[in-house]
Write a protein that binds this ligand. Structure first.
Ligand code: ADP
Length: 390
C-alpha cells in the first residue's frame, strides 16, 4: 500500500516538473529574438575579396584607421588622391598617409568625440581639391572618405573667371569711350575730333568682336550651332581667309606668304564657320607677331597617323609666325576658353582667350583636329587637319 502511494507521489512530482519546464521553455521562446533565415550567401572569405574588389572599383578614396591612428586599410583611389604608395603607408601612422597635421587633428577629434568631421584637403603632393570626411567607428578608429572635387572647383573657378574677364574686358573700352566722348564735348579742333572718332571706331570694333565671340562660344557650347556642311575647295577657303587678313598684316608691317598645293581636294565644311576658325589663327598671328615679322600659311594633302581608313584623304593647313612663341607649360592649355598665356603681354590686344577655344570647337565639329607647336622666343605654328569630302 505504502509502495503504491509512493509511486503516485513520484508521478505527481514528475507531472508538475514537466508542466513547470514546459512553461519556462515557452516563455524563453517568446523572449528569444527572431532567428535569421538560413544563410544563402557565400562564406566570409568571399566577402573579403568582394569587399577588396569593390573598394578598388569605386571612385571614392577610402581608408580605415584604428584608435591609435594607424592606417589599417586604404584603397587605390585614396592613395592616388594623396599621391602615396601602399608600401609607404601600410600600418604606418595616419600622418604618413595624409601629410597634413590639420587633417590628422580632425580625425583625432572625430574619434574622441565620436562625431563625424569634414574638411577640404589640398594635398601637397597632388594638388587635388578633396572633400575629406571622417566617420568614427563603433569599434574605435575611423573611416575616412575622400572625394575628388578638383574638376568641380576648376569649373567654379572658370565661372568666376568668366565674370571677372567679361567685366574687365568690357570696362576697359567703355572707360576709353567715355573719356573720348567727354573730350569731344569740349569742342576740340577738327583734326582732334577726327582722330578721336577714329579711336572710337576702333574701340567699338573691339567691343563688337568681343561680344560676337562670347555669343559664338555660347551658341557652340550649348549645341545650338548647326553646321551647314557642303563640299568646298580647300584651296579657295584658305585664299579667302588670306585675302581678308592681308590688309591687317600690312598695317602691322608683317610679311604674309602662302603656299597652297594645287592638288588639294575639296573638304566638307560650313564655309563661313571654317573660315572663321582659320581667321582666328591668322588674327592671333598678326596680333602677337612684332612688326617686321613673317606669317605663312601652308595647305597640303596629308595622311595623319592613326587615320581611320586606308586611302582616306585629309587636308592640313598650317599657320606659322615669327612671334614670341608660347612657353611649353602653357601650350597644352591655350585652347581652353579664357586662357591667356601672359596677361600683361596680351593687355590691350582686345583678346579674351576665346579665339582658340572657338577654333577648336569648330574644327572638331567638322571631324578634324587642331593643335599648336611652338618654340618659345622663336614663333608658333597652328595646325588644322580636316577630312576631305568623299
Ligand atoms: P585671345 O583672344 O586672347 O587671342 P586665343 O584663344 O585666341 O585668345 O589665344 C589664347 C592665348 O594663346 C593668347 O592669349 C596668347 O597668349 C596665346 N597665343 C595664341 N596665338 C598665339 C600666337 N600666334 N603667338 C603667341 N601666342 C599666341
Amino acid at each position: 500500500m505504502l509502495m503504491e502511494w509512493l509511486i503516485i507521489a513520484l508521478l505527481l512530482v514528475a507531472l508538475i516538473a514537466a508542466l513547470v519546464w514546459n512553461r519556462i521553455l515557452r516563455r524563453k521562446l517568446r523572449e528569444a529574438p527572431p532567428q535569421p533565415p538560413p544563410m544563402s550567401h557565400p562564406p566570409s572569405e568571399d566577402y573579403s575579396s568582394l569587399f577588396q574588389a569593390s573598394m578598388e572599383a569605386i571612385d571614392v578614396g577610402v581608408a580605415i584607421v584604428d584608435k591609435h591612428l594607424r592606417v589599417r586599410f586604404s584603397n587605390r583611389r585614396c592613395l592616388e588622391l594623396l599621391g602615396r604608395r601602399m608600401s609607404e603607408i601600410r600600418d604606418r601612422s595616419l600622418i604618413v598617409l595624409l601629410r597634413d597635421p590639420r587633417a590628422e587633428a580632425l580625425v583625432k577629434e572625430a574619434i574622441e568625440r565620436r562625431e563625424e568631421r569634414a574638411d577640404i584637403l589640398r594635398p601637397v603632393l597632388t594638388r587635388h581639391t578633396i572633400d575629406f570626411r571622417c566617420v568614427p567607428l563603433e569599434q574605435g578608429g575611423a573611416l575616412l572618405l575622400l572625394r575628388d572635387l578638383t574638376r568641380l572647383s576648376q569649373l567654379e573657378r572658370a565661372r568666376r573667371d568668366l565674370i571677372a574677364n567679361v567685366s574687365h574686358d568690357l570696362r576697359t573700352p567703355l572707360t576709353s569711350l567715355r573719356l573720348l566722348v567727354e573730350t569731344l564735348q569740349t569742342s576740340p579742333p577738327p583734326e582732334v575730333v577726327e582722330r578721336m572718332l577714329h579711336q572710337m571706331q576702333g574701340e567699338i570694333d573691339g567691343l563688337t568682336t568681343l561680344v560676337n565671340k562670347l555669343y559664338d562660344l555660347s551658341e557652340i557650347e550649348s549645341g545650338r550651332l548647326i553646321l551647314q556642311l557642303q563640299p568646298f575647295p580647300a584651296g579657295a577657303l584658305v585664299e579667302r581667309a588670306i585675302e581678308r587678313i592681308n590688309p591687317h598684316a600690312q598695317q602691322h608691317n608683317l610679311t604674309l606668304s602662302s603656299a597652297v598645293a594645287e592638288d588639294l581636294p575639296s573638304i566638307l565644311v560650313d564655309r563661313d564657320r571654317m573660315e572663321q576658325a582659320l581667321l582666328n589663327l591668322l588674327q592671333n598671328a598678326v596680333k602677337f607677331t612684332p612688326p617686321g615679322g613673317k606669317i605663312s600659311v601652308v595647305a597640303a594633302p596629308a595622311t595623319p597617323s592613326g587615320s581611320r581608313q586606308d586611302g582616306e584623304q585629309w587636308v592640313e593647313i598650317v599657320v606659322s609666325d615669327t612671334g614670341p612663341g608660347i612657353p611649353p607649360e602653357d601650350l597644352p592649355r591655350i585652347f581652353e576658353r579664357f586662357y591667356k598665356v601672359d596677361r600683361s603681354r596680351t593687355r590691350g590686344s582686345g583678346g579674351m582667350g576665346l579665339g582658340l577655344a572657338i577654333a577648336k570647337h569648330l574644327v572638331e565639329g567638322h571631324g578634324g583636329r587642331i593643335w599648336a607647336e611652338s618654340t618659345f622666343g622663336e614663333g608658333s605654328s597652328f595646325h588644322i587637319l580636316l577630312p576631305a569630302a568623299k
